[in-house]
Design a protein around this ligand. Structure first.
Ligand code: IMP
Ligand code: MG
Length: 186
């Protein structure tokens, strides 16, 4: 399925980050992480479901024997905003004590999900804890971010694609696009 197919979809607006720009930036982040973590390969912690596409590309762009784990969180709130109340739906398999943990996030909007996650993971005594977020929405943060790695800063529109969904749809778009369809009721 190519990108043109999706352009004619009525619920989808303009491309915010194109596939080739995603690929180029993921390569750069991978190279930077490879350099920064020489001699101490990180445990990548992907935050499901949104990070699954980004993490699979990023992991292959890192030339170190990384380990991979995933956790799933659900935030209560309406279809397109977060309340900041986060529930762990699937916890990690790994013990984080003494590990160099690199959290891989799809998008940071208010920052509330991330700040909750960071507190919870730090309590498990990792040797280090850093965050790599593909997207950060401009001027939306209500919690301090402290992101070690960021892919792109984007305007505060609701976006889908490259792992990001609305009501579980559009995670498989190759680009990141503005969502212009109806807001789903939860
Ligand atoms: P925060 O807690 O407000 O930073 O929200 C972060 C979470 O909300 C992300 O991990 C996403 O799952 C979801 N989210 C925020 N903005 C978007 C968006 O534009 N598209 C899809 N999901 C989003
Ligand atoms: Mg989501």
């Amino acid at each position: 399925m190519n990108a043109d197919h999706w352009s004619s979809h009525p619920d989808l607006g303009e491309v915010v980050v194109a596939e080739k720009d995603l690929q180029r930036r993921v390569e750069e982040l991978g190279a930077q992480i490879t350099a920064d973590y020489q001699g101490r390969p990180p445990l990548l912690v992907g935050v499901l479901k949104g990070a699954f596409v980004f993490m699979s590309d990023l992991a292959r762009a890192i030339a170190l024997p990384v380990e991979i784990d995933v956790m799933a969180v659900a935030s209560y709130g309406s279809g397109t905003t977060t309340s900041g109340v986060v529930r762990i739906v699937k916890d990690l398999d790994s013990d984080l004590a003494g590990r160099h943990v690199l959290v891989v996030e799809d998008i940071v909007d208010s920052g509330l999900t991330l700040s909750y996650l960071r507190r919870g993971l730090l309590a498990r005594q990792p040797a280090s804890l850093e965050v790599c977020a593909l997207l950060v929405k401009e001027s939306r943060q209500r919690a301090p971010l402290d992101l070690r790695y960021t892919g792109f800063h984007i305007p505060p529109d609701f976006v889908v694609g490259y792992g990001l969904d609305v009501a579980e749809r559009y995670r498989n778009l190759p680009d990141i696009r503005v969502y212009r369809g109806p807001v789903p009721v939860e």
